[in-house]
Design a protein around this ligand. Sequence first.
Ligand code: PGA
Length: 255
Amino acid sequence: MRRPMVAGNWKMNGTRSDAGSLLDGVVGGLDASLTCEVVVCPPSILIPVVAEKLAGTSVSWGGQNLDTHDGGAYTGEISGGMLKDFGSTYVIVGHSERRSIYGESDDLVAEKFQQAQKTGLIPILCVGELLEERERGQTESVVGRQLDAVLAVVGIAGLKDTVIAYEPVWAIGTGKTASADQAQEVHKFIRTKLADKDANIANGLRILYGGSVKPDNAAELFANEDVDGGLIGGASLKAQDFLGICNATKNQDLG
Ligand code: PGA
């Protein structure tokens, strides 16, 4: 049985005071009967504030990115060890904005995935196709290629108990969500591809959907067999919306 998960990706948003009031709303409003794991990934400079606020609550936190090195002369970067030092559990790797705006290649993303694990963090690996790739019928080959790059570095054993987020690039921040069927189709492709290598690992892996998830479309997306929760951008910045999405994991049919 996979535990549902909802992770908020705040991207480059928020001040200390915004973070404080957002988290007051989230922690104060969380339904105690929810089995869903709730995670927030703030900008790294806000992690100490978030860590202090969330200590002793059921909500965990993580980074949005990390460097491949342990430390040293890498101006502007943050290491996995630094995220871990502030109590992070997770780190997002390979978000489409990192891939497209900052030119992160599949190979670099795979190295970051490995580095995250080396520093004791659980990577949330983002994969997903561009609109033109979907239109050309290349969704599975693109997602397959992104997964293969990670498998080549860590092997299937390295995916045990990690998290994958399928985020079609055309759905991120656009208000265009993948339909429940489109999401399930790709999630199933991912799980089946990994199950060919190791069925137990594939069945235990949580595959989140990301891309314009809102309280009013979350339940339909999460009802799919292979959709284990969501990676939430815009809607994670409003406590009521984020809570509404967490609540939508109730009655989820997880394998
Ligand atoms: P969105 O972003 O929910 O604002 O579409 C999702 C993401 O980028 O993780």
